[in-house]
Ligand binder design. Structure first.
Ligand code: BES
Ligand code: ZN
Ligand code: ZN
Length: 460
């Protein structure tokens, strides 16, 4: 798997990027290449490839289609499909893209190299690209590596990615960047006052835990909290088979904040980072928490469990309360929290909530820059009543399910009362159909938009 650029050598083929229908660009090619393009009907469709042979039958150059504005709007990273179609070799991109478009194009190329090959070898693209001039190649490579970490963590089945394995992965990440890790697990969760993490995770054979990573010694403070439900059966409110099938990905929030943390550390951003991952399996056993139970959270708020399948907000709540105790400058949670978010925006968009308009603006800009689309939903105060059941402070699963992503976000916000700015992402973490640079399977959502937005959000 290669998610890096190739060193520049003499043995490099020109790869000429052509906009759809740009006949002038084809006319500018050497005569034999223009004739070859015409003879083959090359039109510059997005991701289309045409190899132009020289006199001796070796590769003289390759043409790659960049489509038109409409095609690119319909297909993110569409050009990346060219990488897999190109013959083995090293290429240098010839283009007239803006810096932003060039960055997206080059990132797509790198991400097209991702394969999940832990359990079976996969064929990999043989074409390499020399880092295009004017790009921060190292930054793009760090972003691609962070995204690959996220995908690997999500794709790995729960048998090999339980709470214990997730802890190992976090320790490995920390070791690589001089970060520290603290873990509170099992019965110690009760002593340390994380009752809801314990309640959700206690039925599983692998112990629930709260994993706490810290890195950096100067600069503004940023705390990332990721939902680490390594498998979500739904608990006693068991999910039907079809809904349970994909629930290895219910640690997608954890995987995504860990990918982002890796990017932040690799790029040495001048900030102090804390990552909190409540890692549990929502399992079924005699000691499982039950519908109707009322849990007292770390923060002291009581929660009536009206559905054991709304477990993510419970484990996050205790982690958020801990994070809030030291009032970081900015707190961000990421979670595969609700089916309702998927109904609202589908698999592609990352809905987010922000307590400060400035953060939402920065994220929208970052999303465009990083080709990582986000969409703001509101912390809609008039719906607060929907999460108040009467016999406890909070209801984890309001009846009816109206505005299910919003009520979940409002629930989380009750545990963030002192931190000045809070952003929450309700992500999917999964790409259901293969697309260029984004194979079917685990995928990071929102991390690249955040990385791009952080300098503005934290005044770095
Ligand atoms: N992990 C699920 C949410 C989920 C489901 C995300 C499918 C992505 C795809 C979460 O724990 C859950 O089951 N939420 C319930 C909450 C409900 C019971 C209030 C949901 O969304 O149905
Ligand atoms: Zn659930
Ligand atoms: Zn869940």
């Amino acid at each position: 798997m290669t998610l890096t650029f190739a060193p520049d050598t003499d043995d490099v083929f020109p790869l000429i990027l052509i906009e759809k229908g740009d006949d002038a660009a084809i006319d500018l090619l050497p005569d034999h290449a223009a004739a070859w393009a015409t003879a083959n009907g090359f039109k510059g469709a997005l991701g289309e490839v045409l190899v132009v042979p020289g006199q001796d039958g070796t590769i003289a150059m390759a043409l790659a289609g960049n489509g038109d504005q409409a095609a690119r709007a319909r297909k993110r990273f569409g050009f990346a499909a060219a990488r897999t179609k190109l013959p083995s070799g090293t290429y240098r991109l010839e283009h007239n893209l803006s810096p932003k478009d060039l960055e997206e194009t080059a990132l797509g190329w790198l991400l097209e190299g991702y394969r999940f090959d832990r359990y079976a070898s996969q064929s990999t693209p043989q074409a390499q690209l020399v880092a295009p001039e004017g790009l921060d190649a190292q930054r793009l490579e760090a972003i691609a590596a962070g995204e690959a970490l996220t995908r690997d963590l999500i794709n790995t089945p729960t048998e090999d990615m339980g709470p214990d394995h997730l802890e190992d992965a976090i320790r490995t990440l920390a070791d690589g960047h001089g970060a520290s890790v603290d873990v509170v697990k099992d019965e110690a969760l009760l002593d340390a006052n994380f009752p809801m993490i314990h309640a959700v995770g206690r039925a599983a054979s692998r112990a629930p835990r709260l994993i706490d990573l810290r890195w950096g010694s100067a600069g503004p403070t940023l705390t990332l909290v990721g939902k680490g439900v390594c498998f979500d059966t739904g608990g006693l409110n068991l999910k039907p088979g079809a809904s349970m099938g994909l629930m290895k990905k219910d640690m997608g929030g954890a995987a995504t904040v860990l990918g982002l943390a890796q990017m932040i550390m690799a790029l040495d951003l001048p900030l102090r980072l804390r990552v909190l991952i409540p890692a549990v399996e929502n399992a079924v056993a005699g000691n499982a928490f039950r519908p109707g139970d009322i849990l007292t959270s770390r923060k002291g708020l009581t929660v009536e469990v009206n559905n054991t399948d709304a477990e993510g907000r419970l484990v996050l709540a205790d982690a958020l309360a801990l994070a809030d105790e030291e009032t970081p400058d900015l707190m961000i949670s990421m979670a595969t929290l609700t089916g309702a978010a998927r109904v609202a925006v589908g698999p592609d968009l990352s809905p987010f909530y922000a307590t400060a308009d400035g953060d939402a603006d920065a994220l929208r800009k970052g999303a465009r820059q990083a080709a990582d689309p986000v969409w703001e939903l509101p912390f809609w105060a008039p719906y607060e009543a929907m999460i108040e059941p009467g016999i406890a402070d909070l209801d984890n699963a309001p009846k009816g399910g109206f505005a299910g992503s919003i009520t979940a976000a409002l629930f989380l916000k009750r545990f963030v009362t002192d931190t000045p700015r809070y952003v929450h992402f309700d992500i999917y973490g999964w790409n259901p159909t293969a697309a260029p640079a984004r194979p079917k399977g685990g995928v990071g959502m929102g991390a690249r938009a955040l990385l791009e937005a952080l300098p503005e959000m934290l005044d770095l």
